[in-house]
Design a protein around this ligand. Structure first.
Ligand SMILES: Cc1cc2nc3c(=O)[nH]c(=O)nc-3n(C[C@H](O)[C@H](O)[C@H](O)COP(=O)(O)O)c2cc1C
Length: 173
């Protein structure tokens, strides 16, 4: 396998589910968002929106909107990450979900390159789409969330990756 810095970043990224409480720097945030804006978008329309949330109270409200009273003490779908980035796209866009996923991937890889941890979070999507929360995400008209990503300094090393499947590539030559 050829080795270079990009390949290392791709292979070393893991979902991080424990974060230190300190906030990421403005410079790191700017770099991550800059990288995210260079992700591909369908027809090059850049029809996706980033909402950066660095407010613990609002994050708790999103979790409550997603889980209601079923949320257990200590359960934290965002793993107490100090920054959440929500990706939204027009509700009726044909490839809105894909545009958001590509941006999230760039966020995760840029963060990895900077020594930060991330985790793609979809489990609270219904909370993000709750009318009361949606109205506070500062989205353009007609946009809805398609995913989010937790960002922060990792508290510990993430577990080693699972073995990769060996039966999932077909070649037609
Ligand atoms: C579309 C999508 C949604 C995900 N949603 C969640 C989530 O809600 N919570 C979570 O802890 N991890 C979530 N993950 C992370 C996956 O569980 C993780 O990528 C997978 O277990 C492989 O681990 P790795 O990222 O360390 O390689 C999501 C990943 C993807 C691609």
């Amino acid at each position: 396998m050829s080795q270079n810095r990009v390949m290392e970043t791709l292979l070393e990224r893991r979902s991080v589910r424990a974060y230190r409480s300190e906030q990421i720097s403005e410079e790191e945030l700017t770099d991550i968002l800059h990288a995210a804006k260079y992700a591909p978008t369908a027809r090059g329309l850049q029809a996706r929106h980033f909402t950066v949330i660095q407010n613990k109270q609002f994050i708790a409200e999103i979790v409550f909107a997603a889980k209601g009273n079923s949320v257990n003490d200590g359960e934290a779908p965002f793993y107490n990450a100090p920054t959440m980035i929500v990706l939204s796209a027009p509700q009726d866009a044909k490839y809105g979900r894909e545009d958001c996923a590509c941006a999230i991937m760039n966020i995760m890889l840029a963060a990895q390159a900077l020594g930060l941890g991330t985790c793609y979070i979809c489990s609270v999507l219904n909370g993000l789409r709750d009318a009361g929360i949606l109205s506070r995400l500062k989205l353009p008209e007609g946009y809805i969330p398609f995913g989010s990503v937790a960002v922060g300094y990792p508290k510990e090393h993430a577990p080693a990756p699972k073995e990769r499947r060996t039966d999932d590539i077909s070649y037609i030559r």
